[in-house]
Write a protein that binds this ligand. Structure first.
Ligand code: ZN
Length: 481
């Protein structure tokens, strides 16, 4: 089970809430004023209460990503025990997006244009009592209006059912709710009155358009409409926040429970799961600093990106300990937040923990502020988990430029052996590739989110050890060359 101390929990929580505050923008409209619609406002501006995902028992983050700049995609969604129907809904949506992107961009399809990238990231909205809420944010530069779309997914543990966002509103109140929503949107800049009527004309299109609704911490309901749904794509995202007093009479029973759990969450989540896995966390402890002298012996730096992942990272740590091998993990912030105990286990075993951004975007396509946020949030989560801030970062897709470098004091690390393990998912092939391409002082790229890559590691360690290799961290390699 998790062994995080209270002090560390508090540090992590404050890190999470600080970063949430930094990215949440103004909350001036929620709760007190009447509805608010602001074209161009970022959907992440919703003042949701930050949820500590490491408290969700049995949580697994399902991740899929490439590390190739010609096919840049990264997607993740949570798998929470008991909420299988909701996980299935997210899986279906994410896999459809990924399949479309991969067939168009990665496999030599017609869409291989410069600048295309798909990124799906997740955020917990509520995870307490018998209620679970998650928002998936999709940045799809290949889409027709290019940009961001968001959806919220809800699970009702009492009913044992997945819910659409519109399920927060009682069936009998939906007409009143929609009429009030249209009133708030009409006359706003960029709103197309005809599109507004069409979008909300029948139940199916209402449900599809109103797929992002969540409560504010003061009990208001915030509705987010993606680009192009009710106005010109250029007008951006619209948000409407109904104050608590106005929305409460219209809520369904489920909506009322979500509202209550958003405002004053219970201490724990119970969705009635029959079985909650409790993956073991390896307890190997490094015996002192590594004194390997890479000037005298043959060194190699294995690196594992995109984790941590349960249970794959734990399995990997056990293999590494058997060979006293030290490696470098380039962790993704949203996975560090979910599994700080695994990151702590990495550091305790003498491995290096580096920064691989919060949710794996191409950093060269972001503003300097966004790059700083991606790296700083992740460094804070790593420090909260291990007590030590990282000094290295690996840019997703190896994409780095002078502007990215100027935003951070972290040192970039690329690679010279690319296993492309994310592409073919074959343990024997991963092992063969590393063994064939390994050279003295190589930096090898692998991913510990894939069971096939983790399964390749014992063969790699066995063969390269027999050939005289010593497995060291990237910083150790750099320091002793
Ligand atoms: Zn990566």
């Amino acid at each position: 089970m998790r062994t995080r101390t209270l002090a560390t929990s508090l540090v992590l929580l404050s890190a999470l809430s600080l970063t949430a505050a930094c990215s949440s923008g103004s909350d001036a409209s929620s709760g007190t004023s009447s509805a608010d619609a602001r074209p161009g406002a970022a959907p992440t501006a919703s003042p949701v209460r930050s949820v500590d995902p490491s408290k969700i028992k049995g949580l697994e983050i399902v991740s899929d990503s490439s590390e190739q700049s010609s096919c840049p995609f990264a997607a993740s969604y949570p798998d929470v025990p008991g909420a299988e129907a909701m996980t299935a809904a997210m899986k279906k949506d994410v896999e459809e997006r990924l399949a479309g992107f991969r067939s168009g961009v990665c496999n030599g399809g017609s869409g291989g244009a410069e600048g295309r990238e798909l990124n799906v990231s997740h955020q917990f909205l509520v995870a307490s009592g018998d209620v679970l809420g998650v928002r998936l944010s999709t940045q799809d530069h290949s889409g027709a209006g290019s940009g961001l779309s968001t959806s919220t997914y809800w699970y009702d543990g009492k009913a044992g059912a997945s819910r659409k966002a519109l399920g927060l509103v009682a069936d009998g109140s939906q007409d009143d709710f929609i009429a009030a929503l249209k009133d708030q949107l009409k006359g706003r800049e960029g709103i197309d009155a005809a599109a507004l009527d069409t979008t909300f004309s029948d139940p199916a299109s209402r449900t599809a358009a109103l797929d992002d609704m969540a409560f504010t911490t003061s009990g208001g309901l915030r509705v987010t409409l993606d680009r192009g749904e009710v106005g010109a794509p250029a007008a951006g995202t619209y948000m409407v926040t109904f104050p608590k007093k106005m929305i409460t009479p219209w809520l369904s029973g489920f909506g009322q429970r979500v509202q209550r759990q958003t405002m004053t969450p219970d201490r724990s989540l119970d969705l009635g799961a029959e079985h909650i896995p409790t993956p073991a966390v390896p307890t190997h402890t490094a015996s002192g600093d590594d004194d390997t002298d890479c000037k005298k012996v043959t060194c190699i730096a294995l690196t594992f990106d995109d984790g941590p992942a349960a249970p794959e990272t734990a399995t990997l740590l056990t293999s590494l300990a058997q060979y006293k091998a030290r490696v470098t993990f380039f962790t993704v912030g949203q996975n560090v937040a979910a599994h700080p105990e695994l990151v702590r286990a990495e550091a305790r075993a003498g491995h290096e923990v580096g920064n691989h951004s919060w949710n794996h975007p191409d950093l060269t396509k972001l503003t300097p502020e966004q790059v700083a946020s991606q790296l700083n949030r992740t460094s804070a989560a790593i420090k909260a988990a291990t007590g030590k801030a990282p000094t290295l970062f690996r840019p997703p897709y190896g994409a780095v430029n002078a502007q990215v470098k100027a935003t951070t004091t972290l040192s970039p690390v690329l690679w010279d052996v690319d296993t492309e393990d994310w592409k073919y998912r074959d343990a024997d092939k991963v092992a063969r590739t590393v063994i064939d391409k390994a050279q003295r002082n190589s930096v090898v790229l692998m991913h510990d989110i894939h069971p096939t890559s983790v399964a390749a590691v014992p063969e790699i360690l066995r063969t390269l050890t027999a050939r005289g290799y010593h497995f060291v961290t990237v910083s150790h390699l750099r320091a002793t060359l």
